[in-house]
Design a protein around this ligand. Structure first.
Ligand SMILES: C[S@@+](CC[C@H](N)C(=O)[O-])C[C@H]1O[C@@H](n2cnc3c(N)ncnc32)[C@H](O)[C@@H]1O
Length: 286
């Protein structure tokens, strides 16, 4: 006879109750914009269970209380890290990089340095892809990538820039030899070369809070994070990004993040590419 084993019996944590899910849902929404719709109970339970157990809590309610009471904010950051999706890859959504190289770079004229903001950069693959594409296209120009994410864990990984070989499968052999240092024979991992690493600076930014930059950017990549936000939050985030975009500057969003239902002030250029109205090519690069 098979016996039903309650999860609580196995690891000493009571299953996530509906009101506990609701508390966590509201906290995640308030603090980092994550829109956890109903139906995500299992995901929340699976992603947070380790933290609940690790903190010695018997139930999600106690765990939730400890986050709210933690003045250091560390428990909240750990919750955000556990709930956020960090999936990314080198050359993700490659037509964006093709458009950047073929259409945006020529319009940059003689600009030097070239400034790009990679917002919600996760573990850095997008940052280094941008650096490599711009170095290829403009070998004698200074490239400056400003990279941000809400997650300190993701930012540390991105800064270390050391990737297991299987995460570099999409990268050409030429780029691997030009921009990476292989470790092991055959390589088990690749680290981004110091000259490329020196082109990026990292900063923790929560896109749903206010932040500031000393200057606007001609190019912003903010991809595959707004998909986790509701329309209201998307509008707020787009308004923030637009404010930090130069007139004539380009915003790249994820292909799954159409802004058709979102009210914003940008011009549609092509799928997942928008432009801030203002200066056109002839003036933009001056
Ligand atoms: C799926 S990854 C996207 C990575 C990369 N942009 C790409 O398209 O491959 C989403 C990232 O958004 C970050 N994130 C989630 N909420 C955020 C917020 N409120 N502010 C800034 N970053 C956030 C997560 O930590 C995660 O690293």
């Amino acid at each position: 006879m098979t016996r039903h084993v309650d999860t609580a019996e196995v690891d000493g944590v009571r299953p996530l109750a509906p009101q506990e899910f609701d508390q966590i849902r509201q906290l995640a929404y308030r603090t980092f914009g994550l829109d956890l719709k109903s139906g995500k109970e299992e995901l929340v339970s699976a992603r947070l269970r380790k933290l609940v157990r690790g903190g010695g809590f018997r139930c999600f309610q106690d765990y939730y209380r400890s986050i709210v009471q933690d003045r250091t904010g560390k428990s909240l950051l750990a919750m955000i890290d556990a709930l956020a999706t960090n999936h990314t890859s080198f050359l993700r959504e490659p037509d964006h990089f093709q458009f950047l190289r073929d259409q945006v770079v020529p319009a940059l004229g003689a600009r030097d340095p070239i400034d790009v903001w990679s917002a919600a950069c996760s573990t850095g693959e997008e940052v280094w892809t941008l650096a490599m594409v711009l170095n290829e296209a403009l070998p004698h120009r200074k490239v400056r990538i400003t990279a941000s994410d809400i997650s300190n864990k993701a930012l540390s990984f991105a800064q270390r820039a050391l990737y297991p070989a299987e995460r570099c499968h999409g990268v050409s052999a030429t780029w691997l030899s030009r921009y990476f240092a292989a470790e092991g024979r055959p390589p088990v991992s690749y680290q981004i070369a110091p000259a490329i690493r020196a082109q990026a600076v990292f900063r923790r930014i929560n896109l749903v809070e206010s932040y500031s930059w000393p200057h606007p950017f001609p190019i912003i990549f903010c991809r595959n994070v707004m998909i986790y936000f509701d329309r209201q939050t998307q509008e707020r985030v787009i308004a923030g990004l637009s404010q930090h975009l130069e007139p004539g500057g380009y915003l790249f969003v994820g292909h799954a993040e159409s802004l058709t239902r979102v009210s914003h002030s940008l011009e549609y250029v092509r799928p997942a590419v928008y432009r801030k109205p203002g200066k056109k090519e002839a003036m933009w690069n001056k």
